[in-house]
Design a protein around this ligand. Sequence first.
Ligand code: 2IT
Length: 448
Amino acid sequence: MKTQAIMQQLAAKHPGEAEYLQAVEEVLNSIEEVYNQHPEFEQAKIVERMVEPDRIFTFRVTWVDDAGQVQTNLGYRVQFNSAIGPYKGGLRFHVAVNPSMLKFLGFEQTFKNALTTLPMGGGKGGSDFDPIGKSDAEIMRFCQAFMLELWRCIGPDQDIPAGDVGVGGREIGYLNGMYQKLSRQYHTGVLTGKGMTWGGSILRPEATGYGALYFTQHVLHQAGKDIKGKRIAISGFGNVAWGACKKAVELGAQVIAVSGPDGVCAIENGITPEMIDYMLVMRSSNRNKVQDMADKFPQQAQFIAGKKAWSQKCDIALPCAFQNELSEDDARELVKNGTWCCCEVSNMGCQPGAIHFFQSQKGFLFAPGKAVNAGGVATSGLEMTQNAEHISWTGKEVDERLHHIMESIHEQCVRFGTQKDGTIDYVKGANIAGFMKVAQAMLEQGLV
Ligand code: 2IT
């Protein structure tokens, strides 16, 4: 297998699908050496099969806005790979959603889910619907119209969607209500991230952020460092950033910045619990402005328009917003200002140039999204287990399992990513560990 040759073929077959090609290239570069030690993979054309989704559903979603105007959006579900279990992955509602974005996310999800140790395949879906500025009633009508098509594609042993950017507990509620209405199936197992009174798991809302901080702790411990007292810059203020802030503060770190598309809030003395709670209000307002934080807490937060979180002096950078949000220039600015660790919490949050720059800095600790943020989907897996058993675990039980899973993911990265000089390449480690599991499962199940 030669990465460059495969990438050329893929680029010709899928022109313009930049995010998808970026995600595939990153994984293939990591696994090429190991792959070529397994002629049985080459013979079964594992890579050529693995980079294409099993199938993609595309559908039109028509709904009526508050002004009585008819609106039409596009809806998708990418069922990427089911070798190790039913398709599992979130739904993204964002104006820039297109097949390339969902294919990159579904591809990443396949390896991430493999790392969780749970039996889940990879999938992703969503719509180019833009939630910014929409009323609650419009969100509900859109979710219902979206489910009118999606319900035929999903099922508890088939494909289990959840939230992602633009889809949180409220949206999952509207989607689940419509799913039950259409399918006349009243089980709790077709979506995860549900509310606590109708089948949701305790800690699922916090899980991506909590898991990311547990993973960051492992990375630091492995390098002989401690998170206590460290200054952390976080991008975003959505569900993932919220959970990351909560756990960072609980572990004794200081969150000195949160950001949005409009700029950054510098929080010199560290974010407080009241400010973290306010992030929930900011998200449900659908305004998408981080300036709201500085308006509400003028003593603690200073809003700087047009700047990213990466302009702030910090020890640890945690991208928690969107793909490619941290560029090579940002990476250089961070390192210049003394940052020595970046754990990617958003999916593919760092551009390839940023990752290469971080990795070229001696002693810099970098870990990729598919390892760092896997606590979210892992806890979705735990929600599925509770639903299948018709029981609810305590917060303590879920948290212990989440801890255990993040520890196991870290171990897999160390096992497959330790270099000759003793340093750990977490990108390689995560990609090889995830790939080997999916490849083995595909090989044993024949040409399907
Ligand atoms: O990117 C992700 O892992 C998610 N959005 C969570 C997916 C899930 O099924 O919980």
